[in-house]
Unconditional design. Structure first.
Length: 549
């Protein structure tokens, strides 16, 4: 009888201590954080203690086991932008010594560093979109954050399944570029290393950087600009000469990319960037149809000229809204291109730079993109390989996902911006796997069809139609001062008019018009060949065939 009452007391205690979830042990590492009663703010970091229980492969981890992976001081704060509205939070962590200084320590088998992230999947009910994508990024041969799945408790509250991962930063085991000191202001010293990013204006770097002189294609509002933010050195560390250098380098790259000789092997855009990194970056963003691709959470880095000196894109970051999880701007569609975001959502505040449109006017870039895709599909990115890896992760998560969804009752409920709402974890995983399989199939069919974006055959100089062939929408850009006089007519091959519409006005000597593939009644037109006729007033100034998938 006494033993029975003891069991009841222990059970009730467990429920109270661990956030109404019975949590005694896990096949995953267990992270326990104690803030000593302090709430965790957006910033600055608050002091806390952290212990990690990881008994090794194949061993159970019990909540009462000793902390023998890590046991020490940390600073912790909330991280993320829109994700901070979720009940389940994500956190930034800095490892600290007893004096409160940051200190580099190896955690969960990953290389020594002081800065880490605890990512809490919430709207991503597969729980593994970031985890999988970072693995796919490393499979490309580039650095992407190392990750470990774990279960988290904060102040005796069970928080669920988390991904413990490396924060993006300069380090010889992360973004491996030279350390740039504040007295390095001339010669080769000045040329690296730098990290800049395209992202929302959050955190300490808000507004610290410069605006590109080239607006994004599809811009509809004055405030839609491409803004580069200083990431390393930080805004409060970077000195004037360094600011001027990296701004000039990227501006020179953009000017060269816009020039008529941008394809030249010696003097064109490849003199500034490693195009292989841009091709691989495009491949993983197109595979995942990342809704934020090319425009948010986008990092660029450059080392000293004596150590290569070209600009690289990456590492990849933040894919919880990718892989069919977003119900806006075609983020859920298995068809179409992520790099056509500006056509699909021209009114969004953050748009994609003109670079990707310009790259697609280069036959060499397109061919290398195609060749790389075929190579990857035969090995790392084969459907079997990807599905096998997903299955292996899901198997490991079997017990942890049950506790996670007991703590966070989101299965069967819409959480922004879900495209699909499954009633069970198995349904969520099945949707996830089906979406990826269908996306791979679509890319296999359509990547070989990619063609360079070229000027119209019979039009005024500077007129461009892209993408062509197109899927969701096609943009017609006319270099003309006609302004409100510019209109286009879409006809089928029988000469029957599909739709006619006029431009809304010229910007910087360019008039842009969009066709969404519908007729005048709003009905989707069938795939096939159509004719675009461009008029300035009553005068025909250009025509071209376009292909709708």
């Amino acid at each position: 009888m006494i033993k029975w009452w003891i069991s009841i007391v222990i059970f009730i205690f467990t429920l109270n201590v661990y956030g109404q979830v019975s949590f005694e042990s896990s096949n995953l590492p267990i992270i326990i954080i104690d803030t000593h009663g302090a709430s965790i703010p957006d910033e600055p970091k608050v002091d806390a203690d952290m212990g990690i229980i990881d008994n090794g492969p194949g061993q159970r981890n019990n909540v009462n086991d000793p902390f023998h992976d890590f046991n020490g001081k940390i600073g912790i704060e909330l991280r993320g932008s829109s994700s901070q509205s979720f009940d389940k939070k994500s956190y930034s962590i800095e490892l600290r010594d007893l004096q409160g200084n940051d200190t580099s320590i190896s955690v969960l088998g990953m290389p020594k560093e002081s800065d880490w992230v605890l990512h809490g999947p919430y709207s991503d009910k597969s729980l593994i979109r970031n985890f999988l994508t970072f693995k796919l990024g490393r499979d490309l041969g580039w650095y992407a954050s190392r990750t470990r799945l774990c279960e988290l408790m904060i102040n005796n509250d069970y928080k669920g399944l988390y991904v413990f991962m490396e924060k993006v930063k300069r380090d010889n085991k992360r973004i491996d570029i030279s350390k740039l000191k504040d007295d390095e202001i001339s010669g080769d010293d000045l040329t690296g290393g730098y990290i800049v990013k395209l992202d929302k204006f959050d955190g300490g770097n808000s507004g610290a950087g410069w605006e590109s002189p080239y607006p994004p294609p599809g811009k509809t509002k004055p405030e839609q600009v491409i803004f580069f933010q200083f990431d390393y050195p930080k805004a409060d560390k970077i000195v004037g000469q360094q600011k001027q250098y990296i701004e000039k380098f990227i501006t020179d790259f953009e000017e060269t990319l816009m020039s008529p000789n941008f394809r030249d092997e010696r003097t064109g855009y490849r003199a500034f960037i490693d195009d292989n990194s841009f091709i691989d970056y495009a491949i993983i963003n197109e595979l995942t149809r990342n809704i934020d691709a090319y425009r948010l959470s986008t990092f660029l880095h450059k080392d000293k000229d004596s150590k290569d000196g070209k600009m690289y894109i990456g590492p990849i970051w933040d894919y919880n809204l990718a892989l069919g999880n977003a119900n806006y701007c075609h983020g859920s569609h298995i068809e179409g291109w992520a790099w056509d975001f500006n056509n699909v959502c021209p009114d969004d505040f953050w748009l994609i730079p003109f670079w990707w449109e310009r790259f697609r006017q280069d036959a060499q870039f397109i061919q290398k993109f195609k060749t790389r895709w075929v190579q990857l599909r035969q090995d790392q990115y084969s459907t079997d390989n990807i599905m096998h890896y997903i299955d292996s992760i899901v198997l490991v998560l079997d017990e942890a996902q049950q506790r996670n969804f007991q703590r966070w009752d989101v299965l069967g409920k819409y959480i922004w911006p879900n495209n699909y709402v499954g009633n069970t974890y198995a349904e969520e995983v099945n949707y996830f796997k089906t979406w990826i399989t269908d996306r791979l199939t679509w890319l296999d069919v359509n990547i070989p069809k990619l063609e360079i974006i070229t000027a119209l055959n019979e039009s005024v100089e500077g007129t461009v139609i892209y993408p062509n062939p197109f899927d969701q929408s096609v943009r017609v850009r006319v270099q003309s001062t006609g302004g409100d006089n510019i209109s286009i007519k879409i006809r089928d091959l029988m000469g029957r008019e599909v739709i006619t519409f006029k431009a809304m006005g010229a910007r910087d000597g360019k008039t842009e018009l969009f066709w969404n593939g519908k007729n005048a009644s709003g009905q989707d037109m069938a795939g096939g060949i159509y004719l675009i006729h461009i008029f300035e007033g009553e005068k025909l100034i250009g025509k071209e065939k376009i292909i709708k998938y």
